[in-house]
Design a protein around this ligand. Structure first.
Ligand code: 5GP
Ligand code: MN
Length: 320
């Protein structure tokens, strides 16, 4: 039996299912958990949905988001991990639980950590995969499920602009709209609207903007976060603004974290593969977008990571 049928059978036979995704959840993580979770609930399954970091405010309008817990409780017939390249990405969500049954993901750096691994690195989002799988698994896509799935597509493709958007991606989006998802409202909620504090926080990073050999970067410290009263722990998507700079092929942001860690995000123009440089530091991601969190002091890490990034891309050399 192929692994796709095995996955279907495991889900069909299960009464209780745990669905988990990655820390610092984005729209694809939340959308995949909810899309699959709500569909399985509609099919009569007992489902727990877990994100170690909870649901960011941006996604709390999605139906079912209040059901998402930070830790599971009890035992489950089947454990599913979505949109996560490895078990190191899910925080403490599966501590004390066995090896997951199912791994559904689209990261090129996926480690095939589950018993059944459905990994499609061509897919623009994990929710794109789920949009195809759910009907094939006999699960229906209701309006709330379509909204969750379309959210993942919108956020992972940054509004359908990444090079992995194919005509099929748009067909999938269209079919989710036909199930009732309002693309304009979702797009505004997850990609356009942002609090004053977020844009103010950008200002602190933008003041430190630098460019060398077509690599552009900025940093955000804990002091910047406090000064801007920004409540999140990320960069408020500033890296995507840096990625729009014409004079660079690679954009990076360094975000100081509590307890001596630094989060790094890379973004690349088409033709470059930043997952390679992220992997060098133990992280991962996709060709156009990758990240890692490492221990150390901001200045030191910045020097080391910039050097590795320049070495790999040598300014103008394409790498894919
Ligand atoms: P971001 O930089 O926006 O957090 O993430 C960009 C991409 O890289 C996402 O696909 C995300 O899942 C992946 N990514 C971010 N941080 C890590 C990490 O620490 N490890 C791995 N394996 N992937 C990461
Ligand atoms: Mn994703």
């Amino acid at each position: 039996m192929d692994k796709f049928k095995q996955a279907k059978q495991r889900l069909q036979c299960a009464r209780s299912i745990l669905i988990v995704s990655h820390i610092r959840p984005d729209g694809d993580a939340v959308g995949s958990v909810l899309g699959l979770g709500l569909a399985l609930q509609d099919a009569g399954k007992y489902v727990q949905m877990v994100l170690d970091d909870g649901v960011p405010k941006t996604f709390r309008h999605l139906t079912g988001s209040r059901q998402i817990q930070k830790r599971p409780n009890g035992e489950f017939d089947v454990i599913v991990v979505v949109d996560s390249s490895g078990l190191d990405r899910i925080g403490y969500a599966l501590d004390g639980y066995p090896v997951p049954d199912l791994n559904i993901d689209h990261h090129v750096t996926n480690l095939n950590f589950a018993e059944i691994n459905l990994v499609d690195s061509q897919a623009a989002a994990t929710t794109e995969m789920l949009s195809k799988y759910l009907p094939q698994w006999g699960l229906s896509i209701t309006k709330p499920i379509a909204e969750a799935l379309l959210t993942g597509l919108i956020t992972d493709t940054i509004g359908f602009q990444t090079p992995n958007v194919h005509s099929q991606t748009l067909r999938t989006a269209a079919s989710l709209m036909e199930k009732g998802a309002d693309i304009s409202t979702l797009y505004r909620k997850v990609l356009v609207n942002r609090p004053f504090a977020a844009v103010n926080y950008w200002g602190f990073g933008l003041r430190k903007l630098q460019i060398e050999d077509r690599v552009v970067w900025a940093s955000l410290t804990l002091d910047d976060r406090n000064a801007a009263h920004y409540p999140g722990s990320g960069d408020a998507d500033l890296v995507n603004i840096l990625a729009s700079i014409d004079d660079a092929d690679i954009a990076l942001i360094f975000i100081e974290q509590p307890e001596g860690q630094v989060k790094i995000s890379w973004r690349a123009k088409p033709g470059f593969d930043v997952s390679k440089v992220a992997s060098q530091f133990g992280g991962g991601g996709h060709k156009p977008a990758a990240g890692v969190t490492i221990e150390g002091e901001l200045d030191e890490i910045q020097t080391k990571v910039l050097e590795a990034t320049h070495t790999l891309f040598n300014g103008r050399v394409t790498n894919s």
